[in-house]
Design a protein around this ligand. Structure first.
Ligand code: GRF
Length: 210
């Protein structure tokens, strides 16, 4: 089977990128990371990609007239490396028209909360402040909104009274590293079907939602 070619967009530390790379390399998912792109030249994610012989590209937003031009440059890069699926992994910029139109239904994101709760920045801090007993993470397809696209997978973690934002972040991150590669695997195996807001997972010919 031809391996799915994944392009990763990351702005920072890149632990989710690392997890996807590791799962690809171990053969756990029939995919490969074809390129990693960052808006930040100092993103550790780029170094992680290079350590695995994966092309790592810095595209500086400030060199472009606006979001559309900037994203068109990203699209060219993704196309150059034959990318089938884009995974946002700690990508801090909003996704706009150029990327969405070039990769319709082919962009995923991971968010460190149980969407639709706690969208946006500092989701883990928002959850701690709010006093919820459970939080978690969500892999979803990306649409025009911020953290609003159809949900593919979620994982739940407990929130304890003494938790600080960092404690919860670490607990959630562990689960991120499980469900993001899992979502990529399901996509690579052609087992995701989007129907309106719902993403069904094909299991032995049946549609399930896990
Ligand atoms: C993760 O918590 C992810 O959910 C959020 O940004 C963080 C990125 O972490 N979107 P990393 O760069 O993958 O380590």
């Amino acid at each position: 089977m031809k391996k799915l070619r994944v392009g990763v967009l990351a702005s920072g530390r890149g632990s989710n990128l690392q997890s996807i790379i590791d799962h690809c390399e171990s053969g756990a998912i029939p995919a490969m990371v074809a390129v990693a792109v960052s808006d930040r030249g100092d993103a550790f994610a780029l170094e992680r990609a290079r350590n695995h012989g994966i092309p790592a590209v810095h595209i500086h937003p400030q060199y472009y007239a606006g979001q559309e031009e900037y994203e068109s440059r990203i699209v060219l890069e993704m196309q150059e490396y034959g990318v089938d699926l884009i995974c946002l992994a700690g990508y801090m910029l909003l996704v706009g028209k150029a990327l969405l139109e070039a990769f319709p239904g082919r962009i995923m994101n991971i968010h460190p909360a149980l969407l639709p709760s706690f969208k946006g920045l500092h989701a883990q801090g928002q959850a701690v402040e709010y006093g919820v007993r459970f939080s978690g993470c969500t892999v979803h397809f990306v649409d025009q909104g911020v953290d609003t696209g159809p949900i593919i997978l979620q994982a739940v973690v407990p929130v304890y009274p003494e938790d600080l934002e960092d404690d919860l972040s670490a607990r959630i991150l562990e689960q991120e590293h499980v469900i993001y590669p899992e979502a990529v695997r399901l996509y690579a195996e052609g087992r995701l079907r989007v129907d309106g807001r719902k993403v069904y997972i094909l299991q032995d010919g049946k549609r399930t939602m896990r």
